[in-house]
Design a protein around this ligand. Structure first.
Ligand SMILES: Cc1cc2nc3c(=O)[nH]c(=O)nc-3n(C[C@H](O)[C@H](O)[C@H](O)COP(=O)(O)O)c2cc1C
Ligand SMILES: C=C(O[C@@H]1CC(C(=O)O)=C[C@@H](OP(=O)(O)O)[C@H]1O)C(=O)O
Length: 386
């Protein structure tokens, strides 16, 4: 079974991820992981922390001469900011005077709920792990998943479709043209006119001490039919994708295919009619289902969208209450992102890659890469004869 664990505090020495259940002899390149880490750090609207960090992965187990061993793969990403936090984040000893407890929980963060749940007196003990800094490990894990899926022609990309109410409307004609258009935009939006307006909206929000959320779309091409299952609720591909996307900080909604729009349309405008072409096999003229029917991939591109709430730390502070004195106050801010939707889109890709890899491994479970490849080929051959 493919699984992963991550660990690490935002201002601690490093983040760690362990991926278990990879087949042996799978080529993994740390340069490809670094490329994904770099993409996550970009995007118009990010704050001062991104000028400090320059994320790089170090693989410390599970790989020899570039091929997996079939043993747990460990990845480490150092926090450069740790240099500035060594005393305040020491793992042992008494707290030094400069490590004054944080007592003011920020609305929209895990701060208050976390203090109540874990009985902490210092909000820092909550915010260090609840921070979206951990999304760097998710992207590293997702990059490993991509490298498992890539040899089978599965390609995953994303683009931002809405920021602060500005919607992208003029999409490139084909799905294949979207990645290049999105990649060349500082907000990762494939509609260049909308992208300009999104940049303006972010700049204006920053000037006003406010923050913005938005929506991104993730697309997976080359997904074979048959990933996931209708046999049991927890095996459904759509449910697992929604859960994985919602597990990213600040994601508040997920749509598959037409999503909420399908609820407003009659059935004749929603369901994708089935055709047959002797060359291509089963065909669909539309993909409103987003590549998933009955919780199973149907061979069409998988298309999901996720909605991100605005960043909760505002330069124009919101009211809260000190957890010790119970006095009301207005939060002060040192640094924060204004908008992180473009970065969240890269994290969304990683989570989609992970869930697809999970379902792929369930279907093609061989212990070595060669065994997985043989299982995949035999299945695809069988499907092509149906
Ligand atoms: C990539 C990324 C960057 C973020 N940057 C910040 C930030 O700079 N400041 C902040 O207050 N919240 C930031 N957030 C959002 C918080 O992590 C998030 O709102 C918080 O965890 C609570 O959201 P939840 O209720 O969904 O967990 C970021 C989220 C993501 C995905
Ligand atoms: C560090 C990252 O994002 C951070 C996520 C985050 C939060 O509260 O979620 C708050 C900010 O961190 P800091 O409080 O250190 O300024 C962001 O920079 C990152 O994406 O790598």
């Amino acid at each position: 079974m493919l699984r992963f664990l991550t660990a690490g505090e935002s201002h601690g020495p490093e983040l760690t991820a362990i991926v278990e259940g990879l087949p042996s002899r799978l080529p993994i390149r740390s340069a490809l992981i670094d490329e994904q880490l770099r993409r996550r750090q970009q995007g118009h609207g990010r704050g001062g922390r991104m000028r400090i960090e320059s994320d790089r992965v170090e693989i410390t187990s599970g790989l020899r001469f570039g091929l997996t061993l079939g043993t747990p793969l460990t990845m480490r990403i150092r926090n450069r900011d740790w240099e500035n936090w060594k005393t305040k984040m020491a793992v042992e000893g008494d707290p030094p005077p400069e490590a004054k407890p944080v007592t003011k929980p920020r609305p929209g963060h895990a701060d208050l709920a976390g203090v109540l749940k874990y009985n902490h007196d210092d909000v820092r003990n909550v915010l260090e792990r609840s921070s979206a800094r951990n999304t760097a490990t998710l992207v590293a894990v997702g990059s490993v998943a991509r490298q498992l899926l890539a040899p089978f022609g599965i390609r995953i990309f994303s683009h931002v479709v809405e920021i602060g109410g500005v919607e992208a409307k003029k999409f490139p004609k084909t799905l294949e043209q979207i990645p290049d258009a999105a990649e060349s935009s500082t907000v990762r939006c494939a509609d260049s006119e909308a992208a300009e307006k999104m940049v303006e909206a972010i700049d204006q929000a920053r000037r006003e001490g406010n923050t913005l959320g938005g929506v991104f779309e993730v697309v997976a091409l080359g997904v074979p039919p048959g990933l996931g299952s209708y046999a049991h609720p927890d095996r459904r591909l759509d449910g697992r994708l929604a859960g994985a996307l919602m597990s990213i900080q600040a994601i508040k909604g997920v749509e598959v295919g037409l999503g909420f729009t399908a609820a407003r349309l009659p059935g004749s405008e929603v369901h994708d009619e089935i055709g047959y072409d002797p060359e291509k096999g089963y065909t669909r003229d539309t993909n409103h289902a987003g590549g998933i029917e009955g919780g199973v991939s149907n061979g069409q591109p998988v298309v999901v969208r996720a909605a991100m709430k605005p960043i909760p730390t505002l330069y124009k502070p919101l009211r809260s209450v000190d957890i010790h004195s119970k006095e009301s106050f207005q939060a002060s801010v040192e640094r924060s992102d204004t908008c992180a939707v473009p970065a969240a889109a890269v994290v969304g890709e990683a989570m989609v890659a992970w869930v697809l890899a999970l379902c792929f491994r369930e279907k093609f479970s061989g212990d070595s890469f060669e065994e997985v490849e043989a299982q995949y080929r035999a299945y695809m051959e069988m499907v092509s004869r149906r």
